[in-house]
Design a protein around this ligand. Structure first.
Ligand SMILES: Nc1nc2c(ncn2[C@@H]2O[C@H](COP(=O)(O)OP(=O)(O)O)[C@@H](O)[C@H]2O)c(=O)[nH]1
Ligand SMILES: [Mg+2]
Length: 183
């Protein structure tokens, strides 16, 4: 049975510019607690003016189920990996955003997951391809799950500029949570 007064800790991860801060800004707007600083990485990401150095954070109540989700977006740059460990502790779930405009976007995440999952309490993961244009999204045939070693990761597409889409990711994750708790 799912704890109806539960507080859950959710980590949002993904490479630089995959849309982590945007996802939380979409949900929380000006209320988002953010630690963005001027971006000092390669200039190939011309639209990237700031980058998250510690975290973005906000709390949201789930519709329909009385669970409060504490959402933490961790920094994408590997030089801030120490924050992955600090923020990953006691996490109940992980959302990985992928910039679908990168070459072989899904292949790149396995190495990345190997570095993050060991810090988490849970291996519940939703992987979401972001930044697809609507036509690409409509024509894409994705399997519902992705294998990572012995793990089964829920796979989907998203547009994190739309609050309904970010909520859909949270619903997928909480559905997976409820399913594993009932098993
Ligand atoms: N086309 C498109 N651009 C996006 C989307 N989400 C974020 N972006 C843009 O991608 C850039 C990086 O986003 P940001 O949220 O800062 O990435 P982060 O490094 O993962 O926190 C920004 O310029 C966003 O406006 C999306 O769903 N579609
Ligand atoms: Mg960010």
């Amino acid at each position: 049975m799912t704890d109806l007064t539960a507080e859950k800790k959710i980590i949002i991860a993904g490479h630089v510019a995959s849309g982590k801060t945007t996802a939380l800004r979409t949900l929380f707007g000006e209320k988002l607690l953010s630690t963005d600083a001027a971006y000092s990485g390669s200039t190939s990401l011309e639209s990237k003016k700031t980058t998250t150095v510690a975290m973005d954070y906000g709390v949201i109540r789930c519709p329909k189920i009385p669970v409060r989700l504490h959402l933490y977006a961790i920094p994408g740059q590997e030089r801030f990996q120490f924050m992955w460990e600090i923020l990953g502790k006691n996490a109940d779930g992980l959302i990985v955003l992928i910039d679908a405009t990168r070459p072989q976007p899904i292949d790149a995440i396995h190495l990345y997951l190997d570095k993050i999952l060991p810090f988490l309490n849970s291996t519940l993961v939703v992987v979401a391809l972001n930044k697809l244009d609507p036509e690409q999204r409509a024509s894409l045939r994705l399997p519902p799950y992705l294998r990572h070693g012995d793990l089964r990761l829920r796979l989907t597409t998203t547009d994190v500029r739309d609050p309904k889409e970010v909520m859909a990711l949270l619903r997928l994750l909480t559905a997976e949570m409820i399913e594993t708790e009932q098993r």
